[in-house]
Design a protein around this ligand. Sequence first.
Ligand code: NAP
Length: 282
Amino acid sequence: MNVGLVGLGTVGRALASWLADSGFQVKAVSSRNRTSAEKFATQLGAKSLPPEQVAAASHLLFITTSDDAISEVCGNIARHGFGNCQAVFHLSGALSSLALAPAEKAGLGAASIHPLGSFTDFQQARKLLPQCWFTIEGNERGLFWAERVLTRLGAKFRQLSKEKKPLYHLAAVFASNYLVSLLAVAAEIWEDLGLEPDEGLWQLAEGTLANIRNDGIFHSLTGPVKRGDLETVALHKEALAKRPRALELYCQLGLVALDLSEDLTEEQKQKMALLLRKETFQ
Ligand SMILES: NC(=O)c1ccc[n+]([C@@H]2O[C@H](COP(=O)([O-])OP(=O)(O)OC[C@H]3O[C@@H](n4cnc5c(N)ncnc54)[C@H](OP(=O)(O)O)[C@@H]3O)[C@@H](O)[C@H]2O)c1
């Protein structure tokens, strides 16, 4: 099966390498930066060509550009024709296969194949991709080919409808991007105390994630909100008086924690909710 890729960033290069190592013929690749595309193509034994020629040389085309460029790249290729290409894929989590409308209009399979991972560089992405869950969505033909590719790669995947993609993706943002943001708040406070995050903070976070995996969300929550410890929460709020953004986050997440605190009485819950919503610190 001949495959081609347009967009040789972190994920595009890692995917191309994984496909090649799994027996797919990566025939041609393309990227805006022609020098690095040629270098990468040589390493892979592929050709570096303009996008429309990549499509013509491939049965399956992966548009692995940044999200903003997917529609434009697909539209530009459509103007030249897709040749023998059977299906076009993109890897965006938020966008649906509608971003590939010109391919669908030309009678091709069109699908989004989203790897549920956080990829920071080529080496890390190449290692992580085969362990990821993938979420696929698309037209019938696109799904057919997406399933064939992922099965051959030995990847775990499930299907989702177009309409659910934004919700799906924002849940992933909570679990990854905003987890990083949350830990950045904790690390900043830690460093202000003269401590390194390596001195216990990362271990705490890793232990919490391990607890969630092993015992589930409800069983993993500990801390003052769950205990109904009003004085401790008041003390925390006071300590955050000069950090309004962290205070707001603390209170909002405290309310989420309160929803998970099943052992508290209604009265304890009400008092805690009041304290978390209160703007003063007493
Ligand atoms: N990174 C992640 O954690 C992650 C996770 C899941 C899914 N994804 C998805 O994977 C896709 C690629 O993301 P990425 O992280 O690999 O992004 P990236 O590292 O920024 O790479 C995107 C590449 O697209 C190329 N490009 C942009 N516009 C182009 C155009 N008009 N024609 C040809 N090439 C173009 C750029 O090429 P040049 O370098 O040559 O300019 C760039 O290297 C996106 O759809 C993203 O949503 C990413």
